[in-house]
Design a protein around this ligand. Structure first.
Ligand code: HEC
Ligand SMILES: [Cu+2]
Length: 362
């Protein structure tokens, strides 16, 4: 009977498109999670209706004329009491059992899963593919720009989709379809949480701890991914996309492109790509506006005041000052800022390009 119940609730949930309550349902876990949801949902509706209806009927049926004292003929009914204790206990245990079984399945990634690391930092994602050493940006900033332009009418839906597709050529979380994927989740600074609604998976990113989630995407497409733990000023902008590729070959092709820099470009342009891809964009502006970190406009060659080990100092922002600021962000803290810059591991080349980019903003 239990099996019959779950499978009938699951069949309610087998559609892959979004439903009234839930988004698209496109992972191995989605049908079971949705089945559990609808089970709890219909049990709640059933009792809400039953209890409310009885309440109203009894109020009407047993009301006495004004002034008459209330009397009760029945103060005890064994069968009724067993029923209203036993049925809820059985229902709660069923809910616990389905939840527990689902939790165990979600907490144990298969050993043949493809491993990806997702690192959350204020306020963007980085995805790395250890098998190939590739790091790819979550590109929150680009997606936000597109979203805002769509809202203000500067882009049509079609143009926005085109721009988004362009960003996704290099950014976002990419996975092949029908392949178990294990995502190790890290946090560079504060609590974040990785949430992919269409897959029904979510995992908190806790600094100093390696969390895990896994899934198998069942339908090629592009789905939302975002942070679901309030993590400060830029929290609502911390969203990205999951791209499910129709085949392993298609995914491999993407990975080769995403990993590469077009090194024929001028250094400042490569530096601008690093600024976006490695998340510097969320704290450093190019237009003179100070965000969480100082703007890069006019930074190069200017005199910087800072605190190092509690003592004040100053220096001209030259190549070595910039390199040190990137490699050891907590060493010299610029005046007017707090030590909020994460250690972002850049290659020597990337540091060179970023430096040239900052130079070009003089
Ligand atoms: C979470 C916000 C944040 C991110 C992301 C971030 N920074 Fe910073 N950055 C800061 C803050 C805050 C400071 C000033 C405090 C300090 O000196 O550490 C700073 C300072 C700097 C400085 C020194 C500027 C000065 O005035 O002394 C450089 C250079 C720099 N960051 C480069 C980078 C690069 C390159 C990246 C991307 C790989 C990056 N930052 C990512 C917040 C951030
Ligand atoms: Cu966050």
């Amino acid at each position: 009977m239990m099996h019959f119940l779950t499978s009938s609730f699951q069949s309610l949930a087998t559609q892959t498109g979004p439903s009234f309550w839930l988004p698209e349902s496109v992972s191995n876990f989605a049908p079971t999670v949705d089945g559990d949801f609808y089970f709890v949902y219909w049990v709640s509706i059933f009792f809400l209706v039953l209890i409310t209806a009885l309440l109203i009927i009894f109020m009407w049926k047993f009301s006495a004329p004004e002034g008459q004292k209330a009397t009760s003929q029945n103060d005890h009914n064994l069968i009724l009491e067993i029923a209203w204790t036993g049925i809820p206990v059985i229902l709660s245990l069923m809910m616990f059992w389905y939840g527990y079984k689902g939790y165990v399945a979600m907490a144990t990634p298969p050993s043949n899963a493809m491993v990806i690391t997702a690192e959350a930092a204020k306020w963007s994602w980085n995805f790395s593919y250890p098998a190939s050493g590739t790091v790819v940006s979550g590109a929150s900033e680009d997606f936000n720009e597109i979203r805002n332009a769509l809202r203000t009418g500067d882009l049509t839906a079609e143009q926005a989709a085109e721009r988004e597709a362009k960003v996704l050529e290099k950014a976002g979380l990419h996975v092949p379809v029908n392949t178990p994927v294990q995502v190790n989740v890290l946090a560079a600074d504060v609590l974040h949480s990785l949430f992919i609604p269409a897959f029904r998976v979510k995992k908190d990113c806790v600094p100093g701890r390696i969390g895990q989630l896994w899934f198998e995407a069942t339908e090629p497409g592009v789905y939302s991914l975002y942070c679901s733990e309030y993590c400060g000023q830029g929290h609502s902008a911390m969203h990205s996309k999951v791209v499910v590729h129709p085949s392993q070959e298609d995914f491999d092709k993407w990975l080769a492109v995403a990993a590469s820099y077009d090194e024929a470009l001028p250094f400042p342009e490569l530096g601008e790509i690093v600024w976006k891809r490695k998340g510097c964009v969320s704290c450093h502006s190019l237009d003179g506006a100070n965000k969480t970190g100082p703007t890069w406009k006019g930074l190069f060659g200017s005199e910087r005041k800072y605190t190092e080990n509690g003592t004040l100092g100053s220096a001209i922002a030259d190549e070595s000052y910039i390199e040190e600021s990137i490699r050891y962000p907590m060493k010299k803290i610029s005046d007017g800022y707090t030590g909020q810059m994460p250690v972002v591991k850049l290659t020597d080349k990337e540091i060179l390009w970023v430096t040239e980019f900052i130079k070009s903003l003089r």
